[in-house]
Write a protein that binds this ligand. Structure first.
Ligand SMILES: C[S@@+](CC[C@H](N)C(=O)[O-])C[C@H]1O[C@@H](n2cnc3c(N)ncnc32)[C@H](O)[C@@H]1O
Length: 262
């Protein structure tokens, strides 16, 4: 962590709530119980843990081109799958939270920006095999690996789109009437993040959510998060430090902002 992240983490620690204390919205309180503080081991977690263990051992080399804001930890143009799995993707806790979130919200159409090895994509796909998961990734070798991983787990509800977010996201949104979850996890720049958010706004429904990863990754990502959560269409936001969640449900009587520890 750099100075900005350490400082922000300390501030977040002292200003956030734990275990849903002080959360007045019944919906968000229930979400805390069922998603953030629910230790239930879902049936699918075992095979996902096995796949993670295999990827952490994999010496396969992936050629890398930087399509976004880059990685803080991995700099080389060739990276072992083991290193990508260790340092370049979201961790198990966050993967499981996303699984539980989709399960709780009963979401149908899910979009992920940034497939990488496709492990998180499987957490998005497995809560309900009827769901449609679209995941976008510019790196062709990662797309092939993600596809192999879906096949290994016999998961068929994932469409991998091998293209730049800037090209693929508007195309995909044009084809969809709406989406339920958009998970933005790549190209962590202020300009790109605002652009993806504004594009997605055109296709939200009352139950849509947007999950924005790495909201304290840099000052510019935090600026993007602050601006986005203040957007008039956002009715509720949850700052969970590692990521933020935005709700558009007009049943929230007034705009609410929560900071929670996970
Ligand atoms: C942090 S990783 C995604 C991790 C994954 N979502 C997870 O939760 O484990 C970000 C990925 O986005 C891809 N990426 C970054 N910028 C991109 C862009 N502009 N267009 C398409 N893919 C991009 C990178 O190649 C990388 O594989």
């Amino acid at each position: 962590m750099n100075f900005f992240q350490i400082n922000s983490f300390i501030k977040h620690w002292f200003t956030s709530t734990n275990k849903g204390h002080g959360v007045h919205s019944p919906f968000i309180y229930q979400l805390c119980e069922e998603v953030f503080y629910n230790n239930f081991e879902f049936y699918h977690f075992k095979k996902l843990n096995n796949l993670r263990a295999n990827l952490l051992q994999s010496k396969q080399i992936i050629n890398f081109t930087d399509y976004g804001a880059g990685s803080k930890k991995l700099k080389s143009n060739t990276r072992a799958v083991s290193d990508i799995t260790k340092y370049g993707i979201s961790n198990k806790k966050q993967n499981e939270i996303l699984f539980k979130l989709i399960h709780f919200l009963n979401s149908n159409t899910v979009i992920e920006l940034g497939t990488s090895v496709g492990l998180n994509t499987l957490y998005l796909a497995l809560p309900n095999k009827e769901n449609k998961i679209y995941t976008i990734e510019a790196n062709n070798e990662l797309c092939l690996l993600a596809n192999e991983n879906s096949k290994k787990l016999d998961v068929k509800n994932i469409t991998i789109i091998n293209n730049l977010f800037d090209v693929a996201l508007p195309n995909l949104l044009n084809q969809l009437n709406t989406f339920d979850v958009l998970y933005i996890d790549g190209n962590h720049t202020y300009k790109a993040t605002l652009n993806y958010f504004n594009l997605a706004l055109q296709k939200i429904n009352i139950k849509s959510i947007i999950v924005l990863d790495d909201i304290y990754w840099s000052k510019e990502m935090h600026k993007a998060w602050t601006e986005i959560k203040n957007n008039k269409n956002v009715k509720c936001s949850i700052d969970a430090f590692y990521f933020g969640i935005l709700f558009f449900d007009t049943n929230f009587i007034e705009k609410v902002e929560y900071k929670i520890k996970i």
